[in-house]
Design a protein. Structure first.
Length: 227
């Protein structure tokens, strides 16, 4: 599916609040500290007399956290706390997504507030925003609720919390993300979603999930311009 610049501009026209996924649309969080290494470190940190934590073989640390929450909820505080530190370490080596800053600037120029809404830890989002001097372009950061992996997308919890903070209705907001769970979370929160297909095969999946539009670059969104 390809969306023209005019179609994108029309989709963005009523939007006053852009809810933006972090890992993908803003940066590649684990570009320098690979997710598989983070997952291994997390599993090592949580290995105790009872052995490794549930899901220790997973290469996605967020999936491991979810798994731990399901199988060993008593381990969640330690697991989440350890993962926060690893994510903060990871964002120091994150690779910015091309066109992301231009998109943030385009939103600022058209009086749209941008909120980062992510399954990653708020501390990691804050650190990235700080390091890359994006504070004036980002209204707020909503990472997963500490100790509550259930708050992660596809749950709409973080999106609804953002809407409350923004005093916004779903109709004046849109969510932009690169995963099917982002589209699902948006719909569950009553808002539309734009898919960012940064890898082959993602466009089809995001379209099938009901994204109103799918872009393959953040630059395309930045250039959709004011309307
Ligand atoms: Mg993402």
């Amino acid at each position: 599916m390809s969306t023209t610049r005019e179609e994108l501009a029309a989709i963005l026209a009523p939007v006053r609040h852009v809810l933006l996924d972090f890992d993908g649309p803003v940066c590649s969080v684990f570009a320098g500290f690979p997710a598989a290494d983070v997952a291994r470190r997390l599993a090592d940190l949580l290995t105790g007399p009872d052995g490794p934590p549930p899901g220790h073989e997973l290469t996605d640390p967020l999936a491991m956290l979810r798994h731990i929450a399901d199988a060993r909820p008593e381990l969640v505080p330690a697991a989440d706390g350890a993962l926060v530190q690893l994510e903060v370490e990871a964002v120091a080596h994150a690779r910015p997504t091309e066109g992301a800053v231009q998109f943030l600037e385009a939103c600022a120029a058209t009086d749209r507030q941008v909120w980062l809404v992510s399954n990653n830890a708020t501390a990691a989002l804050d650190r990235y925003v700080d390091t890359h001097q994006l504070k004036t372009l980002v209204a707020g950061c909503f990472g997963r609720v500490p100790g509550r992996p259930q708050s992660m997308k596809p749950s709409p919890e973080l999106l609804l919390a953002t809407l409350r903070a923004a005093h916004a209705e779903p109709a004046e907001a849109i969510f932009i993300g690169d995963a099917v769970r982002d589209i699902e979370a948006a719909h569950a929160a009553g808002m539309s979603a734009i898919g960012y297909a940064n890898k082959p095969g993602k466009a089809q999946a995001l379209t099938a999930a009901g994204a109103v539009s799918v872009v393959t670059t953040m630059r395309a969104l930045a250039q959709a311009g004011p309307s």
